[in-house]
Write a protein that binds this ligand. Sequence first.
Ligand SMILES: Cc1ncc(COP(=O)(O)OP(=O)(O)O)c(N)n1
Ligand SMILES: Cc1nc(C(=O)O)sc1CCOP(=O)(O)O
Ligand SMILES: [Mg+2]
Length: 212
Amino acid sequence: MYSKLQYISQGETIDEQLRNIHQALDAGCNWVQMRFKNQTAKNAYTLAEAVKSLCEKYTANFIVNDDLHLTKEIDADGVHLGLTDAKINDARMLLGTSKVIGGTANTFEDIQNHVKNGCNYIGLGPFRFTATKEKLSPILGLSGYFDILQKAKKNKIEIPIYAIGGITLRDVSPLMETGIFGIAVSGIITESLEKKILIQQLNEKLYANVIV
Ligand SMILES: Cc1ncc(COP(=O)(O)OP(=O)(O)O)c(N)n1
Ligand SMILES: Cc1nc(C(=O)O)sc1CCOP(=O)(O)O
Ligand SMILES: [Mg+2]
């Protein structure tokens, strides 16, 4: 089963990235997306090797942001591709059916296209403004999620749809009520001084209605 909480990593250097990822894993995160932008291939590979080893130690899912060839080379669990990154179906041809391919969406039509191309999950955003990502698509807000998730339900779309973009603890329950599967967050986990407590609080709200 897919985790309902994804941590999108932050950090300007390999050391900063590793510190943030290690702390998130140690605090209970079991799904990490390595997001290390504007780096040399060497630095990205060096970080990915270390993150893969950490994720294996914590039995966490390891997803690479953007870089399809690094995903293949390092044998990560999957890749996340945005609307201007490599195509989902090209990724599926390269990675095969055992790897996880996530796709970014801002509209219901984006979701339909990703489902048609064999995407495994959707990152639907942004929920609100966030400085973590430079070029944001139009902000969705709660009503945007409600409208899009209604269409997804009506069209029997079953792949997990995650909300992303400026999400805080108090947003989780209202977002879950729109029908999303889970959330992908970066800043609130990176900046938290009590990561273990925060992740427990996030998971409590995310899994509140899951029947065991
Ligand atoms: C889970 C998840 N959803 C959306 C994104 C955004 O990806 P993208 O649009 O490619 O933007 P960058 O992250 O590459 O700046 C994501 N990374 N993860
Ligand atoms: C990586 C990313 N993608 C987004 C999108 O809308 O596609 S918003 C975003 C940033 C998420 O980080 P934070 O939780 O710090 O806002
Ligand atoms: Mg991208």
